[in-house]
Design a protein around this ligand. Sequence first.
Ligand SMILES: Cc1ncc(COP(=O)(O)O)c(C=O)c1O
Length: 365
Amino acid sequence: MNVAFLDIKRQYASIKEELDQAVFSVLSHAKFIMGPEVKAFEEQIAKHCGTKFAIGVASGTDALLLSLRACGVGPGDEVITTGFSFFATAGVITRLGAIPVYVDIDPDTYNIAPDKIKEKITPKTKAIMPVHLFGQCADMDPIMEIAKKHNLKVVEDAAQAIGSEYKGKKAGNLGDFGCFSFFPSKNLGAAGDGGMVVTNDPEMADLVRILRLHGAKPKYYHSIVGYNSRLDTLQAAILSVKLRYLDGWTKKRREHADVYNAAFKDIDIITPVEEDFNYHIYNQYTIALKNRDRLREILKENQIGHDVYYPVPLHLQECYKSLGYKEGDLPVIERKAREVVSIPVYPELAEEEQSFVIETIKKVV
Ligand SMILES: Cc1ncc(COP(=O)(O)O)c(C=O)c1O
């Protein structure tokens, strides 16, 4: 049996007619840039996560970049974030001339450890960027409290966490800005790149709207220099269809997670910890174990798709050598980078496929 890590083609097959219809409709009206589907999808996302505003942009990376720009982050500023994330989290900070300041993670949730943030605040700190890793929200209450006390902005990197909840409130609606990615492998994935910024602040929403259109308002009048970062109409049309299914897909992911949790209960691997106050959407089901690399070999031999998020922590990336971090600075992250592996959890994963993954893992551990 060959078990794919993720098989997006199955999702397409399940809603083919609706998706085809949405694409053909855009091809027919040909309003490819900022067409009516973009506005409609923005309204749907704002409703889904309970924010006042949603602004479609070209990618999750750009959602972060434009949000930080709107916060006024610029050369010499510091932005506090986790060292355990996809590179985009750090890259956007550097691209604005600012400095990423990395904090260690909570060993259970892989999210930024709020009690380690305070010691990293300096007069140059401008913002905090927690990442809701693998689909579970960071512990936002203490983060917001620190931010309020030190007058800092909070940009949620919710790229992996659309639909997840913290104390009954949706990811993206917890900080000053929430940023989603519609990269195809995300729980709500486009047929290409796409992203969204959500916020409750009308002025900030306006600023992001201007930034995505080269800084123009009105058209051809530029008081600031912005970007070309719009969500494609075609992607918005596709995402609108998929959004109707998102909550159901999330339930399937959670069911798969429950099956794994029960199966791995008595063996020596660490399964994901879902905090009582969180609703985890399992963009990844990530396990941790000492002999991770041996398990990877066996998974590969058995043609079971898997991946390691992330093998190299951000503070140890070659491009950040000049920041002066060294091995041992963020020990929890460094250990987890050696121990984690993510296994298939997508909604369409068949029961027999999941059983095969479980059997294979149990033979090794
Ligand atoms: C945590 C995190 N932040 C940011 C991004 C960037 O999103 P995108 O690939 O849509 O630019 C991703 C996804 O790829 C991500 O997983």
